[in-house]
Design a protein. Sequence first.
Length: 317
Amino acid sequence: MHWKNRQLVAVGCCEVTHHRFLFLSINFMEEKMMKKFFTDENGTFYKGFYRGFLAIVTIVLLVIARFTLLVYIPVNTVGVQVNAFSGVKDTTLPTGYHVVIPFVDKVYKLSTSVQSKTMTKITTQTKDGQWLNTDIDVKYKVDKDKAMTVFANYTTLENVNESVVSPAVQRAIESVTGNYDIYDVLGAKRTEVYNAIDEALKKTFEKYNLEFVSFTITDQDAGDEIESAIRNESVKQKEIDTAKQEQEKARVEAETKKVQAQVEAETLLIQAEAEAKANQVLSNSVTDNLIKMKEAEARLKHGWVEVQSNGSVITNH
């Protein structure tokens, strides 16, 4: 081995030996100081108190390690890990315990369960220029696979509600109600309007990496005058529908009677045709030979007789 390399190895060994000696010396000094702390003036060492103190210190260190080295992610929640040097990690932490670096890694918990946002008096204008106030309850949740993006943009669900959900719902309702008259929104096309809002919310939430669940319109107010007119229109429409139903019922009953009369007439015709056929058969069965045979039979029985074509026998006694 080269002399220079030998010198480096020797120096390295000396340094390792020095550090090891220094560690053992410090450890020995600390243990000596601790034992001195639990020794009275007479030189009596209280070993039990010393061990108890060490146990307490150990427990405290474990508790500190639990809250600094380990983090727990509950159910329906993801953890977003932020490193002091590299920033937000690319993957989220699932449910369970995870080891982190104290004072370097910080974990933010983001719920992925269904969230509910209630909004009242959302004012929009309809196609015919009428103002409409809507109360709505919206349900959504954070997409687990895109939780990092949501966190990076908004950090908390409170910010999501204020920065995303509220304006998104406002725009969705505006975009739909602006295509319908007030009578359609609150009347005949109510279901169509509801479906259009549902579709608009789905598309809007998807842009912000949120999963839209459902919404419910709890109340809509267009003013007493408009609502009274809609109710009157509804009553009139109901009367019209009732009249149409009665007309349809009368038409069905008339057609039913007509069909019954046709069936009865056809039945009588069939019966008449059957009787005519029977009479024709009977008429065709009376022949000259049959008449002569009847006369011969009657003469043998009664003497002079005359047999008519209808089969009756006239006797001359």
